[in-house]
Each structure stands twice: as C-alpha cells, then as structure tokens.
Design a protein around this ligand. Structure first.
Ligand SMILES: C[S@@+](CC[C@H](N)C(=O)[O-])C[C@H]1O[C@@H](n2cnc3c(N)ncnc32)[C@H](O)[C@@H]1O
Length: 280
C-alpha cells in the first residue's frame, strides 16, 4: 500500500523534524538578503495540513509538546519552543483539529508577518515534489492562489508555489539554484537516493535538512540505521540522533542530517526537544 503520512501526523518524529525545520529556516532568513526571493524546496512534501486522528501518535508528539510549553516547563514559553508553539499550535490540541505538514510550516514562515522572522509580503518561491496523487491534489487545493497558473502575471508574482507530481530525488537535483532543501523520505530504504541527492547539494553548497527514521534491532540501531549515520559522517554531513519511547518494530527515534552550515540549528533542535520531552 502507498505510504500516507496522515496517520502519523504530529507524532514524535514530526515534532523533532518540524522544530528543526523551523530553526534552520530561522537561521537562514537572518542572513538572506531582503530583496531577493528565498527559494525553498521539498523533495517529499506530503500534504499541506492534516487532521489529527483519533488514537494518533500526535498525543505523544505535538500534543505533549504543546502542553509542556504552555504549562511553562523549563521556561519553554519564552524561548524558541514557545515561539514555535505560538506560530503553529497555540491552543490545546484535540482529535479532529488541524496541524500543518512541513510545507505548511515553511509556507507560514516564508509568508512572514506572524513572527519576527520575515516581513509580510517578502518574496519567495516554493518548489515541492510529491509522488502520491491524493497528496498532490491536497497541495493544489491549499496552494492554488500561489501557483503559477493562477497567480496574476503582471506584475510578476512575488510569492510562488510550484507543485510537481513526481520523484523528488530527481526533481530537486534539476531544480536550479535553491536556498534550502528539506528531504523527508518515508523509509530508511531510501538512504542510497538520499546520499546521491545530498552529494549534489554539498557540491552546490546548498543548505539542507534530512529526516530519517532510526530502525531498531534488539533495542539498538539496526545495521541500516547505523550505516546511515556512519555514511553521513564520512561524507561530511552533520548527523544528530534522538530517541523516544516506546520503541516500536519500525522506529525508536530519528536521525537529523544536514549541511555543516546548519549544524548548530539542528543540534539546538535536538537538544531543546530532548530536554523538554525528557527523551534520550
Ligand atoms: C514522511 S512523508 C512527508 C511528510 C511531510 N514532509 C511533513 O513533514 O509533513 C513522505 C512523503 O513522501 C512521498 N514520497 C514517497 N516517495 C517519494 C518520491 N520518490 N518523491 C516524492 N515524494 C515521495 C509520500 O507519498 C509521502 O507523502
């Protein structure tokens, strides 16, 4: 059956990846010239927003996160953690409410105006790839006012979202100059393709962040999981690990790999989430 992220939305893995995405973009926006468009790309976009399902892992992920932040654990409310909660969650979460996917998070940050990160109306281009047709349909419904076919062309649109139905590994490699790439494949079996893409981004000096599940074997990293981190290290890729309970048959944590230029943001994301959630 084709992968669908809907039943996993907001789980522990999404919490770490979305918070790291937010810190990486925040760092990149600080240095990006205000008069040039920020070009953002995602190879595995998923949907723009999701409905929180009954019995979903979101209760142990963004649900617990938001509760901890709002009850003031470890002074989180006044920090980046608090800002993330305010921009993307901001209320007690319940089944049936909506939560943004990674493209929705990036879009909200790129549009600006709701945080000190960017001025409202600054220029950007989002280039998104997704292989599942239902997810692409969902992206089109959400972003159609910003898509090239719908946006007014005179004057040229300053905020554009391009949605590509197809393979994001190949798509991103042929996408031209990018200011940031987020790589979020469904399986550790995609590691080979991930490293081919990462090699290209490294050569082009393009900042990137990649999320990968840590798969377990006898309570430790499986050989595929260990290989991912070792290969990252030998290629000059930053790779930070995080673990959360409970270990399931398929996942017990994740790797966040990225460009050297984003090392501090990725490490900070792991440290802050680990501290707030009491994870390892
Ligand atoms: C983990 S989900 C993405 C979640 C999303 N990035 C988020 O955080 O909200 C992975 C997505 O990749 C899509 N996918 C799988 N293989 C792909 C490929 N080669 N190219 C583009 N999309 C792919 C799946 O359909 C799925 O929607």
């Amino acid at each position: 059956m084709a992968y669908d992220h809907s039943d996993k939305i907001g789980n522990q893995g999404d919490l770490v990846k979305h918070y790291a995405l937010y810190l990486c973009l925040k760092k990149l926006f600080e240095k990006h010239p205000a008069d040039t468009p920020f070009v953002y790309a995602e190879s595995h976009a998923g949907r723009a927003e999701y409905v929180l399902p009954e019995g979903g892992g979101w209760k142990n992920g963004i649900g617990a996160f938001s509760e901890f932040v709002r009850t003031g654990i470890a002074g989180a409310a006044s920090s980046n953690l608090g800002e993330f909660d305010e921009i993307f969650i901001g209320r007690e979460l319940k089944t049936g409410m909506k939560y943004l996917g990674s493209t929705g998070i990036a879009f909200r940050l790129l549009r600006g105006g709701n945080s000190p990160l960017r001025q409202h109306g600054q220029r950007f281009i989002m280039k998104l790839w997704e292989q599942s047709l239902p997810a692409v349909e969902d992206l089109i419904r959400y972003y159609h006012p910003w898509m090239p076919a719908h946006a007014s062309s005179n004057p040229p649109p300053i905020q554009l979202v391009e949605i590509n139905h197809g393979d994001g590994f190949a798509g991103v490699q042929n996408a031209g100059k990018l200011n940031f790439v987020f790589i979020d494949p469904p399986s550790i079996d995609d590691s080979g393709k991930v490293f081919t893409l990462i090699d290209r981004l490294q050569k082009d000096n393009t900042p990137y962040l990649c999320w990968m599940p840590r798969t377990p074997y006898k309570g430790k990293d499986s050989s595929k999981s260990t290989k991912f981190c070792n290969r990252a290290a030998s290629n000059g890729v930053v790779c930070h690990g995080i673990q959360w309970p409970p270990t399931t048959a398929t996942c017990f944590g994740c790797w966040l790999a990225g460009s050297q230029s984003l090392d501090d943001a990725i490490k900070q994301a792991c440290d802050e989430i680990r501290g707030l959630m009491s994870w390892a």
